[in-house]
Design a protein around this ligand. Structure first.
Ligand code: MRU
Length: 395
């Protein structure tokens, strides 16, 4: 199926999204642990199921986990009233929902979109509870509308970021003789990580739609292989000219090819522009600086956390050690899906000094290595010679 394209743009095949509604209105997610080999939709009816799906990374990507958490609260409130506590006041609604927001927020600590979505719900509950002007039923309806908005508003802002980022990059292309740009991305920031279109992948898609893309190189992104499993699936579905590289090949690629930009998403951007994103982003930024390649961060305003001043304050999630010792895939002989250990037994599990594994899920790229931050409100460029970026100017 081919989606309608705005005039002057290439039509795009339909992209797979991470969240959908069943015909009866239930929330379903595609199990991203099984992609690209199997498409398995899971019903998510409760905050507990959402918590588990986020923690185990069946769904991942900063905007997508915020959307699922919010939609699970909406599903919770849509249950038969006999299964919900009886809300006798707006305060009782708040007292019931705030712990659920706190609980969902604790599922993954680094991506601020999740915390921001939960904070919007808590703020609504705070401002409306205790007021006699609205009934508990009306407050419940308001929360449900807000939860749906968290999901719905993501798609349009992704398209806006894609357009803004692609125009900025095309305008910087030097002598103007290039027919298409060569860019590098890491992790997965596309339709599976958002409500659709994506952030960094949104910029790449926009370049492609406007015939300004030569090749999108994407890093495998071990240990979870968001690049080789998910970005690969998205870019092949869209038929975007793309080339997978191993994480170890970033430097070599920048030496050998005339790369125009590294484009990444973000899980948290703090006031000075320091950015937490998937592990491996920092090394890509160091190499980009070494090779004079612009380094772009693309993320919605919801990913900006102005309450933190520098990246040192960001809480970096560490995943269980065992996860870095395993790979998931399809057996090329039997066709079966399996999880395979790539280390000797005990590594990542045992207590011996020789069985340790270091497994942070994210790293922090200092603003001094970032050329610009793109949000749906514009581009904040780092002024030459400065080691921070005025992120507030695009919030
Ligand atoms: O651990 P993940 O897969 O949730 O990490 C995802 C990333 O780091 C993405 O780059 C980020 O969330 C932006 S997604 C639009």
């Amino acid at each position: 199926m081919v989606a309608q394209a705005p005039s002057g743009k290439q039509p795009l095949p339909e992209m797979m999204t991470s969240i959908r509604f069943s015909s009866s209105g239930e929330v379903e997610i595609v199990d991203q642990l099984l992609l690209p080999h199997a498409v398995n939709w899971l019903k998510i009816s409760t905050p507990e199921e959402a918590f588990d799906a986020i923690k185990t990374m069946k769904i991942r990507g900063a905007p997508a986990i915020a959307s699922l958490a919010a939609l699970s609260i909406r599903s919770h409130l849509s249950q038969a009233s006999s299964t919900l506590p009886s809300f006798t006041s707006t305060k009782s609604v708040k007292d019931h929902l705030v712990p659920i927001c706190d609980y969902l927020e604790s599922s993954r600590p680094t991506a601020v979109n999740l915390g921001e979505a939960m904070e919007r719900i808590r703020k609504l509950l705070e401002s409306e509870s205790g007021q006699s002007v609205i009934t508990p039923e009306v407050l419940v309806e308001k929360v449900k509308v807000l939860c749906l908005n968290v999901f719905n508003e993501d798609l349009e802002r992704c398209k806006e970021m894609g357009r803004i980022g692609a125009e900025w990059l095309w305008s910087k292309r030097g002598d103007g003789k290039k027919n298409g740009l060569k860019v590098i991305t890491v992790c997965n920031t596309g339709s599976l990580a958002t409500s659709g279109y994506g952030t960094a992948i949104g910029v790449i898609t926009s370049l492609f739609e406007t015939s300004h893309l030569d090749t999108a190189y994407y890093a495998q992104t071990t240990p979870y292989h968001q690049g080789s499993r998910l970005t690969s699936l998205e870019l092949t579905t869209l038929q975007v000219p793309a080339c997978m590289i191993c994480d170890t090949m970033l430097g070599s690629l920048m030496q050998q090819e005339d790369i125009d930009a590294v484009i990444v998403g973000a899980d948290r951007i703090v006031a000075n522009g320091d950015t937490a994103n998937k592990i491996g982003t920092y090394q890509a930024a160091v190499l980009a600086q070494r090779h004079g390649v612009p380094f772009m961060v693309v993320a919605p305003v919801a990913t900006v956390d102005l309450s933190l001043q520098t990246g040192k304050q960001i809480h970096i999630e560490h995943r269980p050690a065992i996860e870095a010792t395993l790979v998931r895939g399809r057996n090329v002989q039997t066709g079966e899906l399996s999880v395979v250990r790539i280390t000797p037994e005990g590594v990542g599990e045992g207590k011996e000094k020789w069985q340790q594994v270091y497994n942070p899920s994210f790293d922090v790229t200092p603003a001094e290595l970032i050329s610009c931050v793109v949000t749906e409100r514009g581009v904040a460029e780092r002024v030459k010679g400065k080691d921070s970026i005025d992120v507030a100017s695009v919030c």
